[in-house]
Every structure is written in C-alpha cells, then in structure tokens.
Design a protein around this ligand. Sequence first.
Ligand SMILES: C[S@@+](CC[C@H](N)C(=O)[O-])C[C@H]1O[C@@H](n2cnc3c(N)ncnc32)[C@H](O)[C@@H]1O
Length: 262
Amino acid sequence: MLFCTSSKNFISSFPNCKKLNIIDVGCGNGEPVAPILDVLVKQDIQLRYVPIDISQDMLDIAEEFVKKNYEKLQTKSVELDFEMGNFSDLMFELKKDGYSNLLLFLGSTLGNHSDRQRVLTNFRDSMSSDDFLILGVELTNFSKINKIIPHYKGKLAEDFLYLIPENIGIKRNNTECNVSWNDRLNQVEVKIVLKKNINAEIDSEKFTLEKDEQILLSRSAKFTEWTITKLLSDVGFRTELLTTTEDRGYLLSMVQPTRYGV
Ligand SMILES: C[S@@+](CC[C@H](N)C(=O)[O-])C[C@H]1O[C@@H](n2cnc3c(N)ncnc32)[C@H](O)[C@@H]1O
C-alpha cells in the first residue's frame, strides 16, 4: 500500500517518462519490488528491471521471480559490489535510448553496512540530477524494540549467520547466540559467546578463541525520520517524498542528488 502511493506519486512527477529502468540495488530475491511493478506495469511506460547484487545466485532468483510474474518485462541483471565505488558508467549506459533511472534500495539493506555514508555517496556519485532513488529503512521505535528483535532470531537467520563461524571450526553447540539492542549505536547486534576454548582455522592459519569471547556476527542499524533525512541531506540528496507505514516502523524516502547552482 505504501509502495502503491509512492509509485503513483513518482509517476506524476515524471509526466513525460516513457521508458524507465527499475534498478533494484541489493535485489535479494526480488520479491519486495513486486508492489511497485504492479503499479508501474499498468502505466503506459516501457519498463526494464535491472537487479544489481554482489551475489549471482540472488540475481538469478530475482530475475526468475520477475520473469515468472511479469512476462513482458525486459530484464538485465548486473553483478556488482556497490561498496567498491560509484557505478556511473552503468547508470549512463542504461539511459541510452531515452530511458530514465529509478534506483530502489529496499529491505533496510543500508542498515547492514558499517559505513552508510560511503554507500550512499557511491549511489549519489552514480546518479545524474534527473535520476531518482527510493530508499526503504526500518525505523527505530523504542517502544517496539522487542518487536524488532525476533526478526533476527530463528533457524533461518541462525543457519545463515553461522555459515562463516562453522566454516572456520566454531561448532554451533559450543556457542550461545544472543540478539540485543545497542542503545548507543541504535542497532540490533547478533553475537555469539563461546562456551569453551575453540581451535579455529582461516586459510591454514590456526588460532585459539577463548571461552567467554564474543564475536559480532551481524549488525542492523535503525533510523528515526530525523537521522535518515539528515544522513541523506549530508550526503547530498534532496528529499522529494517521505512516507512511513501507519505504525511508523518502516520509511520510504524518494530522493534526488542535490543540484548546486553556480
Ligand atoms: C537485506 S537483503 C535485501 C534484499 C531486498 N532488497 C529486500 O528488500 O528484501 C540485502 C541484499 O543486498 C546484497 N548486498 C549486500 N552487500 C552488497 C554489496 N556490497 N554490493 C551488492 N549487493 C550487496 C545481498 O546479497 C542481498 O541480496
């Protein structure tokens, strides 16, 4: 519903847009893009779905999902690490033949990165002043922290998070997994605590981890409306549209690179 409103507003701000690239950055399985595609496929616009991800497996899943559900949509998947720097060449290339660019960065992916400013700067440096970015982030709601924490628990999350520890010799049953809220850094943290000394190995380098040592497996920073708007503005984005879910748990912000007058 949130997406429907936003995409309609987006379209109204692009009255002459006849061709549009939906560039799904950090696409995952591609499913979160469905509500926006549902709206856009009904418009008189030629659409191209461009999933970008560091994982070829995710790109294949996203492309398959979109091809299955939107048969007429063109797709062009791109394997790329958006932390490595800007990708302006790709964005420029995609605009050939009169296409406009709409980037989507959804699923609170921004909160998983330690240097969020750098990630957003890479995006800004990849965009021209008429490109749009829609960013989705989970908001902090102090009264609801207990509702956020369970998103990071459960077998699926653990299976994924233990992939690397198990790979270097840390057995799951020799650890305790804790999910907690870090008040100072405004982030959810998933840590394992070692129940005994453990011999581990990385790249034939052997070392011992001691009982009671803690290892940070994952972090997910949360925002308030104010902190995300400030971050976007500090990086050089102008907010065109900002909307939240009714419970204020999730925010979508549509932004453009700031134009500087000379
Ligand atoms: C939290 S998931 C979000 C997936 C999806 N957008 C959603 O809304 O559910 C993050 C995705 O970003 C990808 N990703 C993480 N870091 C990346 C990077 N540096 N460059 C490209 N993709 C990255 C991951 O492979 C994963 O598919």
